[in-house]
Design a protein. Structure first.
Length: 458
């Protein structure tokens, strides 16, 4: 970044309902933390406002302390301060108990809870004399910031601020999202391909002039095979073969799988329709048929789907107990070991706004096998078909992909991937080394966001 001229620092405030690692449900939580860190590293000031859930993982909050309290919305709101991954976070704790529900999402009144939070966050900024340049809100859950700001707060002390709204997943709360699209100064979604895929959606179609697709990155410090307490041997692209071999053995041992040199397919996902459940199941069976091993780490918010997978797990563990393991929970440490110990990470999503798992996979030298949709299309370049497309981005091909949403599609990509593993280990190892050296961090996307923030202020 040495060549970039110094600009005056901007002050960005994120109003968000998820933040990794203390209150993370999905990619949104990762993005709030890692985008903020990247922007801060460019020399800007970033604050985050988060509900103080009773289920917060406070062991990852440093200097946690009472900050102040104020009255709003018929209740007292206590504000706590702490640092998470080096970022200043203000936690709002309304004394009406709205965030003492034991969970982040899943209450019948989620809309009301988060609407209250957004309004309380703006009130906090006003009463505390903050003058942010950018208010950045995310998905339906903090979408109300866009219109509450324009309707109430813009005319008072917060007049300097501009609102940037990011859609992480249009599936959720499209109605609220449309309103935030209207009221925000700039809007983004998390990959160029997804931005095109959703451009016809009525919530978005009339706002294309202020709508941009900016790819997510991953935080290279949080995901770092050279410095990861959850894997047995530190590695970089220089000793990727050795590092991954040790991780695979540790994974096999931990999960009670046969310790053998077999192709390992890892799947780390929420188990929902979006993620291609029928394709995931098919891929498990195909991998076993090809004498591979498969580990799935995932949990389903829908109890019927969870049950279905519990049954599948029972079936697989008795028929292929030495080669298949389904871990149907949320387990961050185990996810690290799977990223490191797998040869392939499978992401057969029906749609995928950006997707972080394929990026994390590559950081750990695992080869992504993905369906060509949204951000998966923008980040995974097929070794057989996408040489030119990759080179247009200055990259080498880095994985296997497929088009259709049927089992033939998965087979097409997965069979080529597993065959490559069996037939050309030197080539395969070279591919692993290559993907580790690709930069999927926030280096580039953070600059794109800064450009967007600046454009929002014009
Ligand atoms: P989404 O936000 O749609 O769930 P992303 O790919 O954007 O999908 O982000 C998913 C994130 O959650 C990744 O960091 C992934 O490693 C993590 N993750 C998903 N399921 C699990 C799980 N069961 N245990 C641990 N981490 C998980």
């Amino acid at each position: 970044l040495g060549g970039i001229t110094k600009e005056p620092p901007m002050h960005i405030v994120h109003v968000a309902v998820e933040m990794a690692p203390i209150a993370k449900v999905g990619g949104l939580g990762d993005v709030v933390t890692s985008l903020s860190r990247a922007v801060k590293d460019l020399g800007h000031n970033v604050d985050i406002i988060l509900p103080k859930y009773d289920c917060l993982n406070l062991s990852n909050v440093k200097y946690f302390q009472f900050h102040r309290s104020y009255s709003w919305g018929g209740t007292e709101i206590k504000v706590w301060f702490g640092k998470v991954e080096g970022l200043p976070v203000y936690f709002l704790e309304p004394q009406n108990g709205l965030f003492s529900a034991g969970c982040i999402y899943g209450c019948r009144n989620d809309g009301q809870r988060f609407g209250f939070f957004c309004h309380a966050a703006l009130e906090f900024l006003l009463q505390s004399g903050f003058h942010p340049d950018i208010l950045h809100c995310h998905d339906w859950s903090s979408a109300p910031v866009a219109w509450l700001f324009k309707e109430h707060y813009m005319h008072y002390g917060l007049s300097k601020a501009r609102v940037v709204f990011t859609i992480h997943n249009l599936e959720f709360g499209a109605q609220l999202i449309g309103k935030a699209m209207l009221y925000s100064d700039k809007a983004t979604t998390v990959s160029p391909t997804y931005s095109r895929e959703v451009s016809g959606n009525p919530a978005i179609a009339s706002h294309l002039q202020k709508f941009y697709g900016i790819l997510n990155g991953i935080d290279p410090d949080i995901w770092d095979p050279y410095n990861d307490k959850f894997i047995p041997v530190s590695y970089t692209s220089d000793n990727v073969v050795e590092g991954k071999r040790a991780a695979k053995e540790a994974l096999q041992q931990k999960l009670g799988l046969k310790r053998a040199d077999l192709p390992m397919v890892g799947i780390i996902t929420r188990l929902t329709h979006q993620k291609g459940i029928h394709l995931i199941k098919h891929a498990i069976w195909r991998t076993l048929e090809r004498n591979g091993q498969v580990v799935l780490l995932g949990s389903a918010p829908d109890p019927r789907i969870q049950n279905d997978f519990v049954n599948l797990a029972n079936q697989l563990h008795s028929s292929h107990g030495d080669r298949a393991r389904l871990c149907l929970t949320y387990d961050e440490p185990l996810s690290h070991l799977i990223y490191a110990g797998s040869d392939f990470i499978l992401v057969p999503s029906i749609f995928e706004p950006c997707g972080l798992t394929q990026l994390t996979a590559m950081r750990y030298g695992s080869i992504p096998v993905v369906r060509k949709t949204g951000g998966l299309h923008d980040t995974v370049f097929d070794v057989d078909h996408d040489k030119e497309r990759a080179r247009a981005f200055g990259l080498e091909p880095n994985g296997f992909n497929f088009d259709g949403a049927d089992t033939a599609g998965v087979d097409y990509a997965l069979n080529r991937a597993i065959s490559a593993w069996y037939d050309g280990r030197d080539w395969f190892n070279f591919l692993c080394k290559g993907v580790m050296e690709q930069d999927w961090s926030w280096n580039r996307p953070a600059l794109d966001y800064m450009e967007l923030y600046r454009a929002a202020r014009k």
